[in-house]
Design a binder for this molecule. Structure first.
Ligand code: DAK
Length: 257
């Protein structure tokens, strides 16, 4: 594994996955997502693991999907590549996943955190869906999960402006379970995981499944709609301009074409 580090027993029954592309702020390239998919399948099947923690580093949980891998794609290429298989595995993992978030959780990084079952954040965490700034929209559940988590008005503002939320804002909005100092957020996430892991894994998994049922049917339809709209942005000049401008470190010029 090059882009993630897996510790199967960080505590008895608790596994830790660390995203490990620090120079790129853990931008989620295809290779990293492939490794994450594989690790989750293995940990989900491993009886010695009951709870999984997913984390990044101090500076970044993940700054989004890798813009450099997407910038030049056409809408059709995006549809044909069908990269959602790896993302769907996160959602389909039976064991609870706690996101331990510090630093940037943006775009796909925020979507990855929201796909976890709970989020424990450090005081330095920043959450956002800034895709609109680079000519596209959230594609891995952001429009749906954010809205379920924080409601329509706040979700509209966040996704249409691309602004970031601080950890404390995210907690007061209901996106994040707990906020702790940088020095202890991971320790606290592990404590929560240990507590959950001390209970019947059957009861825990069934409870997780039941909670997810409250919104899953609507969620599936919403995710499918979001995916098509996300792909459609790749048919626009604005998506090409937005992502190119990010890579070239300049301000994009949008024409609405
Ligand atoms: N992709 C690629 N590289 C990234 C990146 C990203 N998302 N974020 C950061 N980097 C790279 C930078 O290019 C830079 O690389 P070098 O220039 O050193 O080679 C390095 O990481 C450090 O970044 P900065 O120099 O920019 O660091 P700063 O502290 O100045 O700024 C920042 C930090 C997080 C504010 C900034 O890096 C930033 O704005 N990053 C982009 C945030 C963003 O727009 N995220 C949304 C991306 S779109 C899908 C699944 C998921 C998605 C879509 C589809 N399917 C399965 C189909 C999700 C889409 C997205 O996430």
């Amino acid at each position: 594994m090059n882009f993630i580090k897996v510790t199967e027993q960080v505590e008895p029954f608790v596994a830790l996955i660390e995203l490990n592309r620090p120079k790129e702020l853990n931008a989620l390239n295809h290779e990293l997502m492939g490794e994450l998919h594989q690790a989750l399948v293995q940990l989900d099947a491993n009886e010695a693991v009951r709870v999984i923690i997913l984390t990044g580093n101090e500076k970044a949980f993940a700054a989004g999907a890798d813009v450099k891998q997407m910038a030049d794609k056409t809408a059709i290429e995006m549809v044909m590549e069908d990269r959602f298989k790896t993302w769907d595995q996160i959602k389909n993992t039976k064991k609870p996943i706690i996101g331990a978030v510090s630093g940037f959780a943006l775009g796909g990084g925020c979507e990855l955190a929201m796909t976890c079952d709970m989020i424990v954040a450090s005081e330095t965490a920043k959450f956002g869906q800034p895709e609109v700034r680079i000519g596209t929209i959230p594609g891995a559940g952001g429009t749906q999960r954010m809205t379920y988590a924080i409601g329509k008005a706040k979700s509209m503002e966040l996704i249409l402006s691309g602004r970031f939320l601080t950890a404390n804002e995210a907690q007061s909005y209901g996106l994040v379970n707990h906020v702790f100092p940088l020095e202890t957020y991971l320790i606290e996430a592990i404590k929560l995981a240990k507590e959950i892991a001390s209970y019947s894994p059957i009861a825990v998994q069934l409870a997780k499944e039941a909670i997810n049922h409250t919104f899953e049917t609507h969620l599936e339809e919403g995710l499918a709609f979001e995916r098509k709209s996300f792909y459609l942005t790749f048919a626009s000049n604005d998506q090409k301009e937005g992502m190119k401008a990010f890579i070239e470190k300049r301000t994009p010029s949008y024409t609405g074409k």
